[in-house]
Design a protein around this ligand. Structure first.
Ligand SMILES: [Zn+2]
Length: 288
């Protein structure tokens, strides 16, 4: 069913797994993303940037999500990623998104609390979940770049105060990951994650998941990560495959011949990620 971040992360907490949050960039790849989750028997979070939501249409995305979640009997959440503007958040909630992220991580601490709190009040009154962010995640996303020197790790004592004051449903933390990282891999600060997890009781969120080594996943999941964002890897591989197929196509050949292989590349990655996110010991090949 079409559900909320709060519901799926609650299940993940009870069964000690993490829910994959995958960015979609167009409508084409969306059905295959949800089918991947269905086949793996996992809930899934589909997230969009504000710009992608505007490109496709907020309510178009909501209606497509609802239809596929119902038809395929898969638990799906539609989440607005990294919104910094109240009007965008309101538009998403009013259109039927079930989860939003207010990213006030660039603001002074108190301002982040106050603005996140305002979003929580609007969202919770409408049954919508809210993710907040504390600390700064490195890298570049949607044109916003955070330099290596400007990265600030989340401080556990801030996390306690932030969660209490805002009542967010999930907290994105900065423990060394970077947006857009896919060629190299990052060193995540596991001791810091453990410390944060021991003092706050909301689900924790990893951004820039493409840059996290797969062998680190169990440690992250066992220490409270309940939403795991993967965007770049899907984008890169969809584009690679599309370049290949479109580069070789006859111009009068049906588009689906060129788009389906790109969608399937995304589906394959999502299945692989979910198999790891389920956090069960298995002899599956971890290499990718
Ligand atoms: Zn992010």
């Amino acid at each position: 069913m079409y559900t909320t971040l709060k519901e799926v992360t609650k299940k993940a907490e009870e069964l000690n797994f993490t829910v994959g949050a995958f960015n979609t960039h167009n409508l084409e790849m969306l059905p295959d993303m949800l089918r991947a989750a269905k086949e793996m028997g996992s809930p899934i979070i589909i997230q969009t940037s504000v710009d992608t939501a505007r490109y496709i249409g907020f309510s178009v995305l909501v209606n497509v999500m609802k239809a596929i979640c119902d038809n395929e009997m898969v638990d799906g959440v539609l989440h607005l990623d990294h919104a910094r503007n109240f009007d965008d958040i309101k538009e998403a909630i009013d259109a039927g998104y079930t989860s939003v992220m207010y990213d006030g991580s660039h603001l002074p601490f108190k301002e982040n609390i106050l603005k996140t709190r305002a979003v929580v009040e609007y969202a919770h009154a409408r049954g919508v979940s809210v993710e907040g962010e504390l600390g700064t995640i490195g890298g570049t996303e949607e044109g916003i770049h955070v330099a290596e020197d400007d990265k600030v790790y989340t401080r556990p004592e801030d996390a306690v105060e932030f969660v209490k004051a805002t009542e967010v449903d999930a907290l994105a933390i900065a423990i060394g990951t970077n947006h857009g990282q896919f060629k190299s891999k990052t060193e995540v600060n596991i001791p810091l994650l453990k410390e944060i997890d021991s003092v706050v009781d909301v689900p924790l969120v990893i951004h820039g998941g493409t840059g996290v080594k797969e062998e680190d996943y169990p440690e992250l999941i066992n220490n409270g990560i309940r939403k795991f964002n993967v965007g770049t890897e899907l984008l890169v591989n969809w584009t690679k495959m599309a370049k290949e197929t479109f580069g070789a196509t006859e111009v009068n050949k049906s588009l689906r011949h060129n788009v389906i292989p790109a969608n399937e590349a995304v589906e394959k990655i999502i299945k692989h990620k979910i198999s790891l996110f389920m956090n069960v010991e298995s002899p599956t090949n971890l290499g990718n």
